[in-house]
Design a protein around this ligand. Structure first.
Ligand code: GGG
Length: 325
């Protein structure tokens, strides 16, 4: 059976990097690609940032490849992650040979809770100049992400699992997150350590090599993974998978990058590496390994886009990756 892949480039550089990843997927497998719109431009044209047909497409496809969200991120990427039933956002951050990295020894994976925290959208202006946001942390979601993180570490041969929290200040919400992680660790006999997320930001910057898998509440995972991108050469290098019990959505960690959108110079590596994660999810382990190795080869030998010091275009980098396949 030919797998159906929903392709949603979204905004800005998503429109430039996603076609490269589709070409790569096309080069290694026989997939049916179904394209759909979402984002700022879609909202301008249709009044809706996420048309129902795009949501349904992602919900029903075998996997989804997403590009980037812009101003309408909360209306696009959050519901799309929900459409595929994802609860875990897997964000590997590793340095690549040949890429000028602040911390070349970095090789870690953030397991970000993907459904609650401060990304619930429960915000209001309760009076003129006074706004509130409701941070939701449930025991079920906290246990689920902790179990996923511990199992991910065990299955992928990672030794150290760190649970990030700020339970000394957010006593009730992160207190629950931390307790749930402790319970799951005890029940499964998993080793883990715990880190206050603010101090962890500093330790990641100084000694990233000491960390393997970091389980985080939603916003902390979003921020710490961007921090780690800075350690390995930038956001152009970080892929991600939004994983649910059955379905999943794959996207680069970067956003729409309006500063360079339209110039054709965005680094497609993060999206192509996300496509490799998609291949793995669909069971194409060898193809995924080949794609990763092709990206690594191009990162080491060039051509590279300006974010990595080169002067190649997105398309030229994409063509070089496909040449290696
Ligand atoms: N491809 C990731 C993306 O579009 N990022 C923009 C953004 O606002 N992300 C928020 C999030 O990842 O939760």
């Amino acid at each position: 059976m030919t797998e159906e892949i929903a392709v949603i480039p979204g905004d800005g550089i998503g429109q430039e990097v996603v076609p490269v990843a589709v070409d790569v997927l096309d080069a290694v497998g026989a997939f049916e690609f179904v394209h759909a719109d979402a984002g700022d431009a879609t909202k301008e044209e249709t009044g809706e940032a996420l048309p129902q047909e795009t949501y349904d497409l992602a919900a029903n496809a075998d996997a989804t490849l997403f590009g980037a969200a812009g101003e309408t991120a909360a209306d696009v990427i959050l519901p799309l992650r929900e459409a595929v039933g994802s609860f875990a956002n897997v964000r590997p951050a590793r340095a690549y040979p040949g890429v000028d990295a602040l911390k070349p020894e970095t090789d870690l994976v953030f397991i970000r809770e993907n459904t609650e925290g401060v990304y619930t959208g429960i915000e209001s202006e309760i009076s003129e100049g006074v706004t509130t946001l409701t941070r939701v942390i449930t025991e079920d979601a906290s246990r689920r992400i902790a179990a996923f993180g511990f199992e991910y570490a065990a299955e992928n041969g990672f030794d150290r699992v760190t649970v990030a929290h700020k339970a000394n200040v957010m006593r009730v919400t992160d207190g629950q997150f931390l307790e749930a992680a402790r319970d799951v660790a005890e029940e499964g006999d998993y080793d883990h350590d715990e880190a206050l997320m603010d101090a962890l930001a500093m330790h990641l910057l100084l000694t990233p090599e000491e960390y393997d898998v970091v389980i985080c509440p939603n916003l902390a995972g979003d921020m710490l993974s961007d921090l780690a991108a800075g350690l390995v050469g930038g956001l152009g290098l970080l892929p991600s998978a939004n994983v649910g019990p059955e379905n999943a959505l794959f996207e680069p960690v970067h956003g729409s990058a309006p500063d360079i959108a339209g110039e054709g110079i965005a680094n497609p590596a993060a999206t192509v590496l996300s496509a490799a994660m998609l291949l793995e999810h669909l069971g194409y382990q060898d193809e995924a390994a080949n794609v990763r190795s092709a990206v690594e080869g191009v990162l080491a030998d060039g051509p590279t886009t300006p974010d990595l010091g080169g002067n190649a275009s997105t398309e030229e980098v994409g063509a070089a990756i496909i040449d290696r396949l």
